[in-house]
Design a protein around this ligand. Structure first.
Ligand code: HEM
Ligand SMILES: [Ca+2]
Ligand SMILES: [Ca+2]
Length: 300
């Protein structure tokens, strides 16, 4: 089982070392916090929060198209390097991923959440595990709820954790299903649930010849701030992904969206609880797994 301050005797500076690494990476590059938060989500949903997403090699999770735009690896590696210097072989990469996401939210102005530690690193990372476990933007509320429920997360958790889209960016391909491309490349809006002015801005950024590296802010209003703006956006039909917009068309989720749009403190409190649940999905502890020496490879 996990516990608060798991490293207090073996590596008392562990959490501080991660926080410093996140702070310095994020102040150099404001896209880092969003990347770290998504990295954790994609780790925890596949094989549990076990750093399986960090393993490199043929056919690992990282090679799956759904993980193509996942980032934040350098910040994790930098934290791990310092940890290995001060407390070699003690702190798991799985804990670093969770702590870094926690710190990223705090760095961006969100709530600070106390998280238990003691996760062990997994030895399995298979690209084929990614698709069945990661939500696609085309999912209905039902489909999202059933995937979340298979991880022990409720409909409330779905709405609350989706609030993560209050920061970070997305590639044009992530929402191009809301538009149709004409024969000469011009785009038309086909998704009537999207605000027309907002849709026009998106089309301008993601014009037909736009580079595949072009990104759009998930939250057009407060892009780098962790706040409750996400819920206001979807209520005003400015949810970037179809999977964001559908949260207001379903009675089971809409009430929460309305509440959090008006109540940032309530959102922050609930975020803490849902984040804790996410951070304990499928964790390995005790003598399961291992403590990797390098986050990108299993120990030999
Ligand atoms: C519920 C269904 C969800 C769907 C369908 C979804 C889908 C996506 C997609 C398509 C992107 C854009 C990736 C890109 O093109 O670069 C994205 C970005 C992001 N997602 Fe989600 N997501 C979901 C839930 C979550 C959750 C639960 C979290 C975290 C708790 C999260 C955190 C993020 C963050 C922070 C970004 C920005 C990443 C960056 O800036 O690089 N998402 N999401
Ligand atoms: Ca994992
Ligand atoms: Ca925001």
């Amino acid at each position: 089982a996990l516990s608060f301050g798991f490293y207090s005797a073996t590596c008392p500076a562990a959490e501080l070392i991660v926080k410093n690494a996140v702070r310095s990476a994020s102040s150099e590059d404001p896209t880092v916090p969003g990347k770290l938060l998504r990295l954790m989500f994609h780790d925890c949903f596949v094989e549990g929060c076990d750093a399986s997403i960090l393993l490199q090699g043929n056919e690992t999770e990282r090679t799956d198209p759904a993980n193509k735009s996942v980032g934040g690896f350098e910040a994790i590696d930098s934290a791990k390097r310092t940890l290995e210097f001060f407390c070699p072989g003690i702190v798991s990469c799985a804990d670093v991923v969770v702590l870094a996401a926690r710190d990223a939210v705090e760095f961006a102005g969100g709530p600070s959440v106390e998280v238990p530690t003691g996760r062990r690193d997994g030895r399995i990372s298979a690209a084929t595990n990614v698709r069945p476990n990661i939500v696609d933007t085309s999912f209905s509320v039902d489909q999202m709820m059933s995937l979340f429920s298979s991880k022990g997360l409720s409909a409330d958790d779905l709405v609350i954790l989706s609030g993560a889209h209050t920061m970070g960016t997305a590639h044009c391909s992530a929402f191009s299903d809301r538009f149709r491309k004409g024969p000469n490349g011009q785009m038309t809006l086909i998704d009537a649930s999207l605000d027309v002015t907002y849709a026009n801005e998106l089309m301008q950024r993601c014009f037909a010849g736009a580079a595949s590296t072009v990104v759009v802010d998930n939250d057009p209003a407060t892009a780098n701030v962790f706040d409750n703006q996400y819920y206001k956006n979807i209520l005003s039909h400015k949810g970037l992904f179809q999977s964001d917009s559908v949260l207001i068309s379903d009675g089971r989720t809409r009430a929460h969206v309305e509440r959090f749009a008006k109540d940032q403190i309530g959102f922050f409190e609930n975020w803490g609880q849902s984040f804790l649940k996410l951070s304990s999905v499928g964790v390995k502890s005790g003598d399961e797994g291992e403590i990797r020496l390098s986050c990108s490879t299993n120990n030999v």
